[in-house]
Design a protein around this ligand. Structure first.
Ligand code: 5GP
Length: 179
């Protein structure tokens, strides 16, 4: 794949991410304080670093599972298909579940995943998203916890890729194409 020339402009520093992850973890720990075991479901692949940092800051008994979803088709088509590429390993019936997502953009992915997991009768099912781009929302959906609300920009880093690259940047940066 040929990647157009671009630069990456820092948007959210590693320090700011760490501080926000700590705050989110405190809020999530308080909310689920009486859980008998929280199943943290990371949406692959973009959430893997966020999941790793978040769970280490949670003061709760947790288990980890992962789910990979992929959306297809015309981005302007509001009937966009979401496919499950990798399903959960575990049964979530009666469990407390926290979905951890990298970015809520149009909202199609999260909407589909929530609808799917609700059919499996979890006890509590909540969402924590690192980033939210409300300007691009097409489905009326919000995560219970959001790290940062950002403008309509294409971002990379802290687990999030551009054509599979840049996931290992310790900060979030905005991709800017060089004319
Ligand atoms: P949605 O279904 O909400 O439109 O899409 C969410 C998914 O789109 C995210 O989990 C992420 O994989 C991808 N996505 C949305 N915005 C960006 C972005 O700025 N950069 C990258 N790399 N992926 C994005």
């Amino acid at each position: 794949m040929v990647i157009a020339p671009h630069t990456i402009e820092p948007m959210i520093s590693a320090q700011d991410i760490a501080a926000r992850v700590a705050q989110l973890a405190t809020e999530i720990t308080t909310y689920f304080h009486d859980t008998r075991g929280l199943v943290v479901v990371g949406l692959l692949r973009g959430s893997f670093i966020f999941v790793a940092d978040l769970v280490r800051a949670l003061d709760l008994p947790i288990e980890i599972d992962f789910l990979e979803a992929s959306s297809y088709g015309d981005m302007t088509n509001s009937n966009r298909n979401v496919r499950i590429l990798k399903d959960l390993r575990g049964d979530i019936a009666g469990r407390d579940v926290l979905i951890v997502e990298d970015i809520v953009d149009t909202g199609f992915t999260l909407n589909h995943v929530l609808a799917l997991l609700r059919t499996r009768s979890p006890n509590r099912l909540e969402v924590c998203a690192l980033l939210d781009k409300p300007a691009r929302r097409e489905v009326d959906i919000t995560a219970k916890w959001t790290g940062f609300t950002i403008p309509d920009a294409f971002v990379v880093g802290y687990g999030i890729d551009f054509a599979q690259a840049n996931r290992n940047l310790p900060y979030i940066g905005q991709v800017r194409f060089v004319p």
